[in-house]
Design a protein around this ligand. Sequence first.
Ligand SMILES: C[S@@+](CC[C@H](N)C(=O)[O-])C[C@H]1O[C@@H](n2cnc3c(N)ncnc32)[C@H](O)[C@@H]1O
Length: 253
Amino acid sequence: MPRDAGLAAYEERYRVVYDAGARFWNEHQPHPLLIDRARRLPAGAAVVEFGCGEGFEARALAALGLRVTAIDLSPAVIAKARAETSASLDVSYLVGDVTDLEALLPQGGAFAMGVDVHCLHMMSDAQDRRAYLSEAKRLLRPGGLFYMQDMLSLDDVIPANDDEVRAVAEMRVFKAGHTGGGSTPRTIRTANGEKEVVLPLCPGCRAQSLAQYKSELETAGFTIGLAERGGSPDNGFAAIIIATAEGSRMKGE
Ligand SMILES: C[S@@+](CC[C@H](N)C(=O)[O-])C[C@H]1O[C@@H](n2cnc3c(N)ncnc32)[C@H](O)[C@@H]1O
């Protein structure tokens, strides 16, 4: 599928969900590891979030006294995130493509922390992934932190109990039936009860093993601090990596 068609699928998904009367597509609590690391930043430190979706992490980080810039390519979800964010929180929401942020955020080294919650794995194209990680590195100050929480390849999930074994098996069946693009029925919660909708599926998605994510980040110039398996059957098995941007690097270097 052409790249633009793929990107349009996100916008359509969010629109279908909101038009059907749902308040959120993916209501969730930020991971405790993210909050723990963010708490250690100085008050007022600048944080950038990539692929922020409905803004759950952005709001939680701003509530800690951080200044947050949150980017997503879907105008519908950025409008939703803005509408859900109190004026007392310092969050600047931007519509943009994280693979090229030069025009939106020209100043390199401006952020103490970058956050990616399920953004990187949505990119199937190797060049997009490299361009995105290069932008993340450019925007962080030397020594800045990159918190990444992305979908783990099912082959690398180590189920902790029978529920997780079942969840992995179900996800395998789903994945086997959806190899990119198309649509899927979903039940969503609205103010008037549950509703069935049909959602376009995003065409590309490249979940990696923990080792593969680590290698991608190292290639992009990050130094890995913590790397572990996390998440849950409900919100997806995840690789969680906290890395450091050791040296500043300009775009194209
Ligand atoms: C799986 S959702 C996760 C959203 C949010 N972080 C969360 O956890 O609820 C992935 C998000 O990344 C956004 N996205 C995907 N590719 C992007 C790109 N190239 N630039 C900006 N946002 C992108 C999508 O629009 C979507 O909102």
